[in-house]
Design a protein around this ligand. Structure first.
Ligand code: 13P
Length: 284
């Protein structure tokens, strides 16, 4: 199956109250681990690629990995630019074969965010590519995007509704209290904001910073209208912890496959548990 846009599965997810995971793609082992879990669980999913990951893997390898995963699995998989910073990056990704892009204009004033997002929506939609926008600022560090906790700002429901109406995005990330990276204290998700915005607009809402959020808060977020949840850090933690364990036990290991095989397995288990928690199993 070729890569698909997020519109192949997100509208259904919102209607049926489940969420599709965006699992960030950082290298070959992430690609294999994610697709392995999704195949076993028969789940659609999204490969999220940050600009940092794009620089690390190179755009050709990134697209090739995602296309190989789609071909091998037969699953509906979207290849999505995560936190795209400009029109140029979004266009470069679309030309290379991405089926979805996020434009993160959340640090711009509202009107400028609307203007820039609209430009991308116009071109992307003409190419059958879905677009995610962002409103409010999500705290924490995600590759190139770093927001001090003090500067994190919740989305205002009336602005989020107007943002959707003016831009026509296919999915909208709103800041509701989560942050990128692991949490020092339990996050307090504003389900009232999710509910108010979700009721007013037809498109799905996106929860960034899905790592470390307690299961009951995830379930409640989906109940109120979140249909896409981004997870990266938990896979990174599982991968690195596993590698550390192997190397700590035996300092003679030199073959990367010896520590990457268990690392990959650890990530498959993380992805499997998220797919089940999000309820996207058996929805492919
Ligand atoms: P975490 O790294 O906190 O899981 O967040 C991922 C994310 O939101 C990517 O955009």
């Amino acid at each position: 199956m070729p890569l698909v846009s997020m519109n192949e599965f997100l509208p259904r997810a919102k209607a049926e109250k489940f969420a599709v995971g965006q699992f960030n793609l950082n290298n070959l082992e992430f690609a294999q681990a994610i697709v392995e879990a999704a195949m076993e669980e028969k789940s659609p999913f999204i490969f999220g690629v940050s600009e940092g990951a794009l620089r690390y893997m190179g755009i050709e390898f990134t697209v090739a990995l995602a296309e190989a995963a789609a071909k091998k699995s037969g699953l509906p998989i979207a290849l999505h630019l995560d936190h795209g910073s400009s029109f140029d990056v979004a266009m470069k990704c679309i030309r290379a074969g991405f089926t979805s892009v996020m434009f993160d204009g959340s640090h711009y004033p509202f009107e400028e965010n609307v203007r820039l997002t609209k430009e991308i929506v116009k071109v992307a939609h003409a190419m059958g590519v879905s677009v995610e926008g962002e409103l409010g600022t999500i705290g924490g560090v995600e590759d190139d995007v770093s927001v001090d906790e003090a500067d994190a700002a919740l989305a205002k429901p009336e602005e989020a509704i107007r943002f959707y109406e003016e831009t026509g995005v296919d999915a909208l990330a709103i800041a509701v209290g989560t942050a990128h990276g692991m949490y020092k204290a339990e996050p307090k998700i504003r389900h009232d904001i999710i509910e108010e915005v979700s009721r007013a607009i037809p498109v799905p809402l996106v929860l960034h910073g899905g790592s470390g959020v307690p299961d009951d808060q995830i379930r409640k977020s989906i109940e109120f209208g979140i249909a896409k949840i981004n997870v990266n850090t938990e896979n990174q933690v599982a991968c690195t912890a596993s590698i550390r364990e192997v190397l700590a036990k035996d300092d003679k290991v030199i073959d990367p496959r010896k520590y990457l095989t268990p690392a990959r397995k650890a990530m498959t288990e993380v992805v499997r548990s998220k797919i089940r928690l999000f309820g996207s199993n058996n929805k492919a």
